[in-house]
Ligand binder design. Structure first.
Ligand code: SF4
Length: 275
């Protein structure tokens, strides 16, 4: 069986997990193996997603599961993103139960809705879809935080249910995405598709020393975003050593600020993060 959910197109034997460890071949189909399995649940400031221009000052109920289709050596959430069901602690829930909680928190704490985040949500997109329908029916907002490396059919199915998204644009080209195990074109296509579907889209680029910290790297990222819309906000964020990439220093704050200025030549709204 071949999984069509992301560009890895994993070929799976019956019972086998995909590279993301969130999907499995079962009874002749590739199914979502992390459906309803939640490793993280928190009421976060929406600025932490990061989203700077969507319901600022409000919190958003945020959930994550396990699994990811990328292998960023510097992953900050590798404890849930780079493991499967056996290596993570999770609890089972339902879209209706999460929508009940989101509604309660909306009344009590001003919660915006539900954010799909922490691990890569699109490898378990069926759960995002089912939650998003419940959340939308209750007049709340759906927020996606994703690497964007997914099949465009998946993005097209979810887009009408989404209100806001922060999508990584991790680097300027496929060479960078080869390092993290992703597909540059797919990430770009997702940003364009969500914007064209009317979703409020912001983007994030983590500046990793020696990997994507040249002016031309961030100029290329900003150039692509500007080709979609110069109004797309870009978060240029600072790297800290994590997981398998511990032999680099944190990005100098001056570098992050310089690169934000580079992006501002093409984009109207550029923010720095983790500084
Ligand atoms: S979503 Fe998971 S199983 Fe499907 S192709 Fe991507 S990595 Fe493989």
């Amino acid at each position: 069986m071949i999984c069509e959910v992301c560009p890895r197109h994993c070929r799976l034997q019956e019972g086998q997990l995909g590279a993301c460890r969130a999907r499995r071949a079962e009874s002749g189909k590739v199914v979502c193996a992390n459906y309803g399995k939640i490793t993280s649940l928190a009421l976060d400031p929406i600025e932490k997603k990061p989203l700077a221009f969507f319901r600022p000052g409000r919190p958003v109920l945020s959930i994550g599961s396990f699994g990811c289709n990328l292998r960023c050596p510097f992953c900050q959430n590798h404890g849930i993103s780079q493991v499967g069901a056996e290596e993570s602690e999770w609890t089972e829930t339902t879209p209706a139960a999460l929508a009940d909680l989101a509604e309660k928190l909306a009344k009590e704490r001003g919660n915006v809705g539900l954010a799909y985040t922490y691990n890569e949500p699109l490898v378990g997109w069926e759960f995002v879809r089912d939650c998003a329908k419940e959340i939308r029916a209750r007049g709340l907002a759906n927020v996606l935080v994703s690497n964007g490396v997914a099949a465009q059919a998946v993005v097209a199915e979810l887009a009408p249910l989404l209100d806001a998204a922060n999508i990584d644009l991790k680097g300027p080209d496929q060479a960078f995405y080869d390092w993290v195990g992703g597909d540059f074109g797919a990430a770009c296509a997702t940003i364009r598709a969500l914007h064209e579907a009317g979703v409020h889209v912001e983007a994030t680029t983590l500046v990793v020393p020696g990997r994507n910290d040249r002016d031309e790297d961030v100029d290329a990222v900003a150039g692509f975003l500007a080709s979609v819309s110069p109004d797309i906000p870009l978060h240029v964020t600072r790297f800290f050593p994590r997981w398998r990439f511990l032999d680099a220093d944190p990005t100098p704050v001056a570098t992050v600020r310089r690169l934000a200025d580079v992006a501002r030549r093409r984009l109207r709204r550029v923010l720095v993060g983790n500084c």
